[in-house]
Each structure stands twice: as C-alpha cells, then as structure tokens.
Design a protein. Structure first.
Length: 343
C-alpha cells in the first residue's frame, strides 16, 4: 500500500494521547484503490471513530460498505496499489506513517485479526499446533514450552483435547473448531486490540452464539478492546457497547450501541434495525429498504443514501451531509437527524 501523509498528520513522533483515551483512533481515514478502467475508487471516505480500551465496537453495514477495508488499513493490509490518508492513531502513534518493521511488530502482537473464513486464513499444509505456535516460537522458547503454550491457547479458545488437536490439519477440524484455532492464534501475542471480521458468518447459529460468548468472555477477562465487523445486526447488538454504521464507504452513524439501535439517528440505521425483528426500535419509518446498496464506485451525488431513503428531499440530492454530533456521544450524517430521532 502507499501511505499518503494526511495534511493533519503529526507523524510517528507525536505525543501520546491522554491517559484513559482510546487505544485506537481512526481519524478521517481515506482508502483509494486503483479503478478497473481508470481513476482510483475511494472505498473508505473520511471515516472517523474511536475504539476505547476494554470496549467492543461493532462496525456494521452491508457488503461493500468499507468495513473490512477499514480494518485491513489499521493492520497495514490494504491491497497493493492502495493510497491511504488520514490518521490511524494506535496509542497515539500514527500507524499510517509507521515503517514496515513497526507494522509487522504491531500486527499479531499488539493488534490481532480474526478473519471471516478460517479455512482460507489458515495454512492448509501446516498442523494447527505449528500455526498457533508461530508467535511463541518467535520468542525462542524451548519446544516443550511452545507446545505447552499452544495447548493452553487452544484450551482457552475452547478447543477440546488441545494436545490431540495440535496435530490436526485445518481440514480435519469442523468450522467451529477452525474458528477457535484462529482465536487461539490471535490471542498468542497477548494483543490489546482484536479485529474480528465477520467471525461467525460461516458458522451455524448454535456455534455462532458459542463463539460470540467466547469472544465476549475473553474480551472482558483480558480487558481487550475489540472491533467487531459484521453485516449482522443481531451479532453486533449482542456484544457491542459502541456501534459505527457504514454506508458506501462512509460512516453514517455512530454512538452507544444501545441508544443507536433503540433510537437511530439515521434512516439507514433505522432500516437495518427494522430488518431484524429481535432488535427493537421506536422508529416509525416505513419499511422495507428499497433498492440496492450504493457502492463507492457508483456513489450517488449528495447523500449517498438518498435513492433509498424514505425521507429524502431536494437538499439530500444536492448536498452531502456532514457527520455531526446530534446528542452527547451520538453522531449522524443526515441533514434531518433530529427529525429521524423524533420518529
Ligand atoms: Fe435520507 Fe436526506 Fe438524511 Fe440522506 S440526508 S439519510 S437522504 S434524509
């Protein structure tokens, strides 16, 4: 990737944030990818939010909204040819200006990621024990100590008979056990932040709920911060304390999960909430959500959501709404957020 310095960036030597501040601050993040036939496509467009310590932040939105690209940018895993701008402040240090060696040190150690598809993320030719033991081996521990640590990590991630499972290849495990092995790998470096990208999407409902409980238990016990990426509002509503809603590469609403999901301040959030019967809302907006999601490559002028929005009017078609604070700790990118809140 090509990190482009933001005009606002302070550089790697910047001062640490105040004690008690967020572990991660994403500030005006922009990610542009080479277009298939010409100009770059802005797939993440000025996204800002904090991940406080010991807190789970749910990042939600439909497929293609920029959620995964945001998380990958944090880890320096944006695709080849990508251009990035803004700031990614990790304990105050801007990862966007950090060199490859520093990013490698952060990745897996300080920030770990759990991917959506463990079968694709795990190496099919290596036994589970070898893959989970990658970080402990970097510490040059004796073999027996590495094995003990791997068994402990697998046990913590809820893998039964961990000593036996260490010798298995990924294809010999069920989907749920593979995801648990990924969680064990992620915990190996004692990270302070876990990025979990659709960690339960490929699993059946019962296994989903067990994995979510496991993640919530680890998060609470270790005081981890977690960024949980999901298109599934039920998943996010179960575990997240804060929520960020993305649409067409932009953040359209953010705030405390309970408040946002009970009383959305953006029509898109209201539509997502209405689509999930288990998540209650006071919104009286008509359902369902018409049309297909806008994509960053085909973002409508003005408010990107206007072709699907039941409240759209002339101003929405001509003027992109700024993200603004509509109540303490609540942010919405809707010209008529107060009206939505009152519905
Ligand atoms: Fe709907 Fe207009 Fe608000 Fe966009 S700005 S969400 S189109 S009311």
């Amino acid at each position: 990737m090509t990190p482009a310095r933001s005009a606002r960036g302070r550089g790697a030597g910047q001062a640490a944030p105040a004690a008690g501040g967020p572990v991660l601050r994403i500030d005006g993040l922009v990610v542009e990818l080479p277009g298939p036939r010409g100009p770059k496509v802005r797939v993440v467009d000025g996204v800002s939010f904090d991940v406080p310590r010991a807190t789970t932040v749910g990042l939600i939105g439909e497929s293609g909204s920029g959620k995964t690209m945001t998380a990958r940018a944090v880890l320096g895993l944006a695709p080849e040819g990508a251009t990035l701008a803004g700031r990614l402040l990790w304990h105050g240090e801007d990862l966007l200006t950090a060199g490859p060696a520093r990013l490698r040190a952060v990745r897996g150690r300080e920030i770990a990621m759990i991917f959506q598809d463990p079968l694709a993320a795990l190496n099919p030719t290596q036994r589970i024990g070898r893959q989970v033991g990658e970080v402990p081996r970097r510490d040059r521990l004796p073999r027996a100590e590495v094995d003990r640590r791997v068994a402990e990590l697998l046990d913590r991630a809820g893998v039964p008979e961990p000593r036996r499972r260490m010798r298995a290849y990924p294809h010999e495990l069920s989907g749920g056990l593979r995801q648990r092995a990924m969680i064990a790998m992620a915990l190996a470096g004692n990270p302070a932040l876990l990025l979990a990208d659709e960690p339960t999407t490929a699993l059946d409902v019962t296994v989903q709920s067990r994995i979510l409980s496991l993640l919530a238990g680890i998060q609470a016990a270790d005081g981890l911060a977690m960024l949980l990426i999901s298109h599934d509002l039920r998943v996010v509503s179960h575990v997240a304390e804060q929520v960020v809603v993305m649409y067409a590469g932009r953040s359209c609403e953010r705030g405390p999960a309970r408040d946002v999901l009970r009383r959305p301040a953006h029509p898109y959030t209201a539509a997502l909430v209405r689509g999930v019967p288990a998540v209650r809302t006071r919104s009286a907006l008509a359902d369902p959500l018409p049309g297909a999601p806008a994509t960053p490559a085909n973002r409508p002028a003005g408010c990107a959501f206007h072709p699907r929005c039941p409240l759209a009017r002339d101003r929405c078609r001509g003027e992109a709404p700024a993200v603004r604070e509509t109540a303490p700790g609540r942010w919405s990118a809707c010209h008529f957020a107060e009206e939505v809140l009152g519905l």
